[in-house]
Ligand binder design. Structure first.
Ligand SMILES: Cc1cc2nc3c(=O)[nH]c(=O)nc-3n(C[C@H](O)[C@H](O)[C@H](O)COP(=O)(O)O)c2cc1C
Ligand code: SF4
Length: 484
């Protein structure tokens, strides 16, 4: 992963933990209304993909264990990982693109209700993504993937050359020459693996995204509702389809790109159809970027506009993230796919302990506060959720007291210690296992391996009933905490 060149080493700052009475009187542990539901406390576990679904996208016992763990901490809300809305193979990522996925999701809802004693509200993040291929070897790229055109023949110097002759010639060229012959897209496919973009309007299925996605999201939301979730989160953030529509780099010329209103058009159409499907007694919110953190991307100013328009459209909440784009991702190794959290924008999304003078804690708070202020000025009371490096009670309480957000998200801190919420509420903050922001978990995510935390995954492996990861080396859930 990219790191700020300053490489200043930061430590988590637990601050002073509250007594049980102080916690009970705090803003963090006070209720808040989110659309038609009430959260018992203003704590939130944002979506985290743990790579535990079956290869066909079904809920597995390991998925149930993962969410039971968070539920036992009884946060105000838990958002289930990014879940695919299409009925297409996508490896061990959860899916909701067909009714056959509903029974498993219903089990998941039941497990969370039981483990949280009905105290945590449960939302599911709905995602669409475009196809991305692994980086090929140069030999394979020239032999199989590159479409030979007259441009390549002209560079070869023979307009009547066969495809095979051009392919063999290209395979012998040094990279500087290859870079002169290939166009930008071809070169990217060679160096990174090919990746579809929402601007590939020459592809029929990409041109028709605006016609198809509102229905796909709405049907997925309807299934989430019938599975018993309290609501859905539209994934409009990071490197995926809907964020690409919002992106400053969206140059579609069909009314769904270019100026900012056109870039927000499809996300608003998706929301409108989702709302029509699920009604007003079911939560529908979204996660979007306070800043894409790439040169050609939407910035904090654009995000003010999106926040106000989403609130105006009637979204029940707005959850803010930042960065996480393909545009500045590192070149993957041959055989691997590009991963959108390896460049500077990826660092902004999941900042680690080696940082700059600003540090990894709360980098998204200022932009979130500005979006909240714009939403309030426009007359909407929509709650906003902040996340990014938040791990202490004092920090979370200050976010609420300062009006930077209405609810506080703890992703990696909840992975490090899912009982954070119960421990802090009980006045036992000193027992919290503090996240060190090492991004060991994120590296597992990058390699599509079952996500665990290094603070507990080698502990008490011999305990009866402990389930181990596929490599047999790590426990999949932390040791259970029993309140004294
Ligand atoms: C392993 C892992 C998986 C993640 N998966 C998702 C995801 O599915 N959807 C999403 O919006 N964010 C995802 N994120 C980002 C987190 O929700 C969160 O925004 C980020 O980690 C910063 O918050 P934190 O500092 O509290 O961890 C993931 C993060 C991690 C570490
Ligand atoms: S592995 Fe654990 S300590 Fe490291 S960043 Fe992830 S949650 Fe935090």
């Amino acid at each position: 992963m990219w790191r700020p060149p300053e490489r200043i080493r930061h430590q988590p700052r637990p601050g002073r933990w509250p007594t049980a009475a102080e916690a009970a009187a705090s803003r963090l542990f006070s209720p808040i209304t989110v659309g038609p539901v009430t959260l018992r406390q203003r704590t939130w576990v944002p979506a985290m993909v743990p790579w535990r679904a079956s290869d066909e996208g079904f809920v597995t016992p390991e998925v149930l264990d993962w969410y039971a763990c968070f539920a036992r901490g009884r946060p105000g809300a838990i958002v289930v990982e990014a879940t695919g809305i299409r009925d297409v193979p996508s490896g061990p990522l959860l899916r909701v693109g067909h009714d056959r996925f509903v029974p498993g999701l219903r089990d998941l809802v039941r497990v969370v209700r039981d483990a949280s004693r009905g105290e945590s509200r449960l939302f599911i993040q709905l995602i669409d993504f475009l196809s991305i291929r692994r980086r090929p070897s140069a030999a394979r790229f020239f032999a199989q993937f590159l479409t030979i055109t007259s441009r390549h023949r002209a560079a070869f110097g023979r307009v009547d050359a066969s495809d095979g002759e051009v392919r063999s010639w290209l395979a012998t060229l040094p990279m500087v020459e290859v870079a002169r012959v290939l166009d930008a897209n071809e070169l990217e496919s060679l160096e990174f693996g090919s990746r579809e973009r929402i601007t590939d309007l020459h592809l029929d299925h990409i041109r028709r995204l605006p016609a198809q996605l509102p229905r796909l999201f709405a049907e997925a939301a309807g299934r989430a509702r019938s599975a018993g979730f309290d609501g859905i989160e539209l994934h409009f953030a990071h490197a995926y389809t809907m964020a690409s529509f919002l992106s400053g780099s969206n140059a579609r010329d069909d009314g769904y790109g270019g100026d900012i209103a056109n870039r927000a058009r499809l996300p608003l159409e998706v929301f409108s159809q989702v709302r029509a499907e699920v009604g007003h007694d079911f939560v529908a919110g979204c996660r979007f970027l306070a800043d894409e953190c790439i040169p050609a991307g939407s910035d904090a100013h654009d995000a003010l506009y999106f926040g106000v328009e989403f609130a105006r459209a009637g979204m029940d909440y707005l959850s803010l993230s930042r960065g996480g784009k393909f545009d500045d991702a590192k070149q993957p190794k041959v055989g691997d796919a590009a991963y959108p959290y390896t460049g500077r924008s990826g660092y902004e999304c999941m900042p680690s302990y080696y940082s700059d003078s600003q540090g990894p804690f709360g980098r998204n708070l200022d932009p979130t506060a500005k979006i909240r202020a714009a939403v309030r000025t426009a007359g909407y009371t929509t709650p906003l959720i902040a996340a990014g490096g938040i791990h202490s009670f004092e920090q979370a309480e200050a976010v609420l007291a300062g009006g930077q957000a209405d609810i506080v998200g703890f992703a990696r801190q909840a992975l490090a210690d899912p009982d954070w919420f119960r421990k802090v509420a009980a006045g036992r903050g000193a027992d919290v296992r503090l996240c060190l922001y090492t991004n060991y978990c994120e590296a597992l995510d990058q390699r599509h391996r079952q996500v665990t935390c290094e603070l507990w995954d080698r502990e008490a492996l011999e305990e009866p009933g402990v389930k181990l990861s596929a490599d047999g080396k790590r426990r999949l859930t932390p040791p259970t905490w029993t309140a004294p």
